[in-house]
Design a protein around this ligand. Structure first.
Ligand code: SF4
Ligand code: FES
Length: 384
């Protein structure tokens, strides 16, 4: 067994969660999607038997929670079978859905198959706002209908709101909607700039003033809604003082399996050059978790340089996000520039302030094949 950089394999805890990206196909085209620009097509997706084996291996490895995600996982006709297989090996199953293409009858079948929880994304609180982001007409009423169905079926559900400059001023309405629809939890997540979100950063970045208002609403809501609605939130990295402990630390508690079976420590790890990610078709999950070079690359704190190396927060935030350091600095082992102690922090803040106060450019919507258009645009800009 390969010795990881910070201690013996026995000192590595098993993962708590597995995020299964069942498909990249999706009826929505959200410009902040964290999926890669090169989306996996249907013909390369894992089959039912592959996923079932992955779930069994995950349970054996010690995974407790399975998040079934996408794209839109409901586009998989075998979703009920997958939920049943996951439940049979003892995994807690959470379905992350846009609610477009998933009705009450199918949700009932999923519950009967063993589904424990559903997370419904709300791109906005108005039909126009939802359509601006997702480009699926009538999507808001489908989300509301699915939320009501979840309550009727006794399934706990979370309202997932992704926030940006076009909807951040409607956070109060998001909270009201969650209460009206009987959500158990709301996740108020400011856009994280990975994948399509990185491409659309200038169109999505909120101003500092918007964020200050958001913080005030959030503080009041946390105080006043205690016991009625659980509130999780994510602040945009570009305005943070310290970075988030991305994925709770690299290779520390989560595995992500892409639709084609590629296994990564996070959904954006493909941006880091030089890492080779194993596939479930080639190796068991246990070997991938404990032994693969990719999972050991930034595990623990041994890979850190200054200022992280001697920082008292290094075991709290693990130096922030490796993918963000790679994307913004071209160096995955650098301190995340979201940290005020990074020499690049001020440049990151200025970039956010510049982009958020300029008129927003049009969105580049997430679509199969759009990577080619983006590449052509890059080449044209470079004068190639
Ligand atoms: Fe975290 Fe590194 Fe910043 Fe310290 S210097 S707060 S460990 S990112
Ligand atoms: Fe990859 Fe943060 S998204 S480490």
């Amino acid at each position: 067994m390969t010795q990881p950089p910070n201690g013996s394999p026995e000192s590595i805890e098993p993962p708590m969660g597995l995020l299964a990206e069942l498909t990249h196909r999706c009826p929505l085209q959200c410009p902040y999607c964290s999926n890669p620009l090169e989306l996996v097509r249907r013909e390369r997706e894992l089959e039912t038997a592959d996923w079932s084996r992955v779930f069994a291996e995950a349970a054996e490895l010690g995974v407790l929670q399975l998040h079934l995600s996408g794209g839109e996982p409901a586009l998989r006709p075998d979703l009920e079978t997958l939920v049943a297989r996951a439940a049979a090996v003892g995994l807690y199953t959470n379905l992350i859905t846009s609610a477009v293409g998933l009705d009450a009858d199918r949700l009932a079948r999923l519950r009967d198959a063993g589904l424990h929880h559903v997370q419904i994304s709300f791109q906005d609180v108005t039909p126009e706002g939802v359509e601006l982001i997702g480009r699926a007409p009538g999507a808001l009423s489908k989300k509301i209908a699915l939320a009501r169905a979840a309550v009727e079926l006794g399934l706990p559900w979370t309202l997932n709101a992704v926030l940006h400059r076009h909807n951040l001023d409607r956070v109060e309405r998001f909270l009201e909607l969650a209460l009206e629809l009987g959500a158990h939890r709301i996740e108020l997540a400011n856009v994280q700039y990975y994948g399509w979100g990185f491409v659309n950063r200038a169109a999505l970045m909120p101003t500092r003033a918007q964020l200050d208002r958001f913080r005030a609403v959030l503080e009041r809501a946390v105080r006043e809604l205690r016991g009625r609605l659980a509130i999780d939130y994510v602040i945009p990295d570009y305005y943070a003082r310290y970075p988030k402990p991305c994925m709770s630390g690299w290779g520390r508690s989560v595995m992500v399996v892409a639709p084609d079976g590629t296994v990564m420590p996070c959904h954006a790890a493909w941006v880091i050059p030089g890492l080779t990610f194993p596939r479930v078709q080639e190796q068991p999950l246990r070997a991938i978790w404990y032994e693969s070079a990719a999972f050991n690359a930034f595990r623990g704190t041994g890979w850190m340089r200054e200022p992280c190396r001697s920082c008292p927060r290094r075991e709290e935030d693990f130096g922030g996000c490796r993918c963000q350091a790679a994307m913004l600095l071209g160096d995955a082992a650098a301190t995340d520039p979201a940290c005020a102690l990074s020499p690049h922090h001020e440049a990151m803040v200025q970039l956010a302030e510049r982009e958020s106060t300029a008129p927003p450019p049009p969105f580049t919507y997430r679509r199969m094949g759009a990577r080619t258009t983006l590449r052509q645009r890059e080449l044209a800009a470079a004068g190639a």
